[in-house]
Write a protein that binds this ligand. Structure first.
Ligand code: GLN
Length: 483
């Protein structure tokens, strides 16, 4: 059962081969057995999960069921879920029990899915290795001496280790795609504005986007059907007609134009990653696709631009954590200013503080024009490169990450090396485009390699089609770590 796709689980539940309570309990048992090794979950609440499972089982009796009814889905701990501890991987929120549901959470609840638990993540989603979590590093299930990627590393490890059927992630600069690649699973970051950010703890609001992480493209499509949709509580949520993301899964790929940006295939990418990605491109040619050489000349500026804009927005978003209304408050302090200072000094970890300082600096008087404004201008040029490229191709492909999963602690002392793990993913967020990662082979040390597929705005259904056809022809996505 634990290796089944969402479609298979849904069919088994509807045919009453298994109940949601039994299914939920079997995942909880597996989590109990394997989570001590992996640290993929921060919070479990079997009572609440099983109550939802019982409710789902009554829905089957009444016949009012959808594709995800009764299926246990894990939620990244960045989503506020009513009655659940919601920490965002930080000591700052170590005691925050959310009084309300994020839009994404209420969409899953309405669909009758079971919230299986809250997954570990980098503190406030800042990181590429899941080592910045206050709750400890997550381990990669393919090799527990290695990182799972970040910031949605708990989700990626949980899906790869079959601790849940599927789970949610968020992606500000690569945090769905990079951990999906490093753990050998599939993940999709939708077009900015397609999934509501309401109740999703903000990191960099103009870049943050939630998306599904799962075993295969078809599962991601089913999750998108639940997650996407207009929500007036997020001012950047887009008002569009409801889509069925499964509609194009079975289209043939004959004549599909795949753009390969020369900048993605230049120095920096590991030879093992290059080999797996090139083999995947060859597979696409067999499926009828044609290759177009393209260029994204400004993409090389993505990392520096992102590390001005994301910290700027973070420094503003994180000013709300002041020890007054909720979250951590220093036990001892003098006056009000001292209380703020001590609470923030003790509540935030080193990486979060680094971002707040960079962000405050680039927004300060005298530096704003030189850094923030300049970065905004280059952001526009990066987006324009993609608009030009999509005149020649339908989707863009390349590696998701320059290397496979690195060792825990390997990049801890060097933030710039860590920032470079997102060199291929960040431009997509700056442009607001949809991007996904699917497993395409194994590289050094038998660790998974991810193929990145970047679509044009709102082209998620086509990207899912492109991924699904590859998954019909290959079996990389069905490989699972031995645990
Ligand atoms: N790794 C990037 C960062 O540290 C992206 C994180 C994310 O997408 N949330 O900011």
């Amino acid at each position: 059962m634990i290796h089944s796709s969402l479609t298979q689980l849904g069919a088994a539940l509807r045919a009453k081969k298994i109940s949601s309570v039994e299914l939920t309990q079997s995942y909880l048992d597996r989590i109990n057995q394997l989570n001590p090794q992996l640290n993929a979950f921060i919070t479990l609440n079997p009572e609440m999960s099983l109550a939802q499972a019982r409710e789902a089982d009554t829905r089957f009796a009444s016949g009012k069921v959808g594709a995800l009814t009764g299926i246990p889905i894990a939620q990244k701990d960045i989503f506020c879920a009513k009655g659940w501890l919601t920490t965002c991987g930080s000591k700052m929120l170590h005691n925050f029990v959310s009084p309300y549901d994020a839009h994404v959470i209420s969409q899953f609840n309405n669909a009758g899915a079971v919230n299986l638990g809250k997954t570990n993540m980098d503190e406030f989603a800042m990181g590429s290795s899941n080592e910045t979590s206050h709750y400890g590093a997550v381990k990669n299930p393919w090799d527990t001496a290695r990182v799972p990627g970040g910031s949605s590393g708990g989700t990626a490890a949980a899906v790869a280790a079959r601790l849940c059927a599927a789970a949610t992630g968020t992606d500000t600069g690569g945090s769905i795609r990079q951990p999906a690649a490093l753990c050998g699973i599939s993940g999709l970051k939708p077009t900015y504005g397609v999934v509501s950010r309401y109740g999703m703890i903000a990191f960099a609001s103009s870049l943050d986007q939630a998306g599904p992480m799962g075993r295969n493209a078809e599962d991601l499509a089913l999750m998108m059907n639940v997650m996407a949709g207009f929500d007036e509580r997020d001012s950047t949520s887009l008002q569009r007609d409801k889509e069925d993301y499964t509609r194009d899964l079975n289209k043939p790929l004959t004549g599909l134009r795949i753009g390969l940006p020369k900048e993605f295939f230049a120095e920096g990418m590991g030879a093992d990653v290059a080999k797996a990605v090139e083999a995947a491109i060859a597979e696409y040619k067999k499926l009828g696709a044609v290759i177009v050489d393209i260029s994204l000349p400004n993409s090389k500026l993505s990392v520096p631009v992102y590390y001005v804009l994301a910290p700027a927005e973070a420094s503003s978003n994180l000013s709300r954590f002041d020890g007054v209304r909720y979250g951590y408050r220093a036990p001892e302090y003098g006056d009000l200013a001292d209380m703020y200072e001590k609470s923030r000094a003790q509540g935030f970890g080193a990486e979060v503080k680094r971002r707040i300082m960079i962000g405050t600096y680039v927004l300060s008087h005298g530096y704003y024009d030189a850094y923030y404004l300049q970065a905004q201008k280059i952001r526009r040029l990066i987006a324009q490169d993609f608009t030009e490229a999509y005149k020649q191709c339908d989707v863009i492909m390349g590696p998701t990450s320059p290397s496979t999963a690195f060792q825990l602690g390997e990049k801890g002392d060097d933030p710039v090396q860590m920032y470079l793990s997102d060199i291929y993913t960040i431009a997509v967020n700056l442009a607001g485009l949809p991007g996904m990662s699917i497993p395409c082979g194994f590289g050094a040390n038998d660790m998974p390699v991810g193929l990145q597929i970047i679509g044009n705005y709102f082209d998620e259904a086509r990207m899912l089609n492109v991924a699904h056809q590859f998954q019909l022809a290959t079996d990389w996505h069905s490989r699972a770590p031995k645990l």
